[in-house]
Design a protein. Structure first.
Length: 84
């Protein structure tokens, strides 16, 4: 939502653990906030179709995913994604 494409490359003053970032990405994918950026259909189509059978996996390691409409709505709320 902030326009940061690759969080792993963001110049944090105190960068988070890469495993924590990967876990967060998987959680956001399972919640429907992120969709794989590669593959059939648009992220919007995948978001609305409920086809989240990949268990949070984004495919290859270079796929950072795209923010879905659900993800944009979740980002607007000042609470944890799990509660939104």
């Amino acid at each position: 939502a902030m326009g940061i494409v690759r969080v792993m490359r963001f110049p944090f003053i105190s960068p988070p653990d890469p495993i924590s970032l990967a876990t967060a990405q998987k959680t956001l994918t399972i919640l429907g906030a992120l969709a794989p950026s590669r593959g059939a259909g648009s992220a919007e189509d995948r978001s609305n179709s409920g086809q989240w059978g990949h268990g949070g996996a984004m495919g290859d390691g270079d796929d950072v995913g795209v923010l879905t409409a659900t993800g944009r709505a979740m980002a607007a709320l000042p609470i944890s994604p799990r509660h939104s």
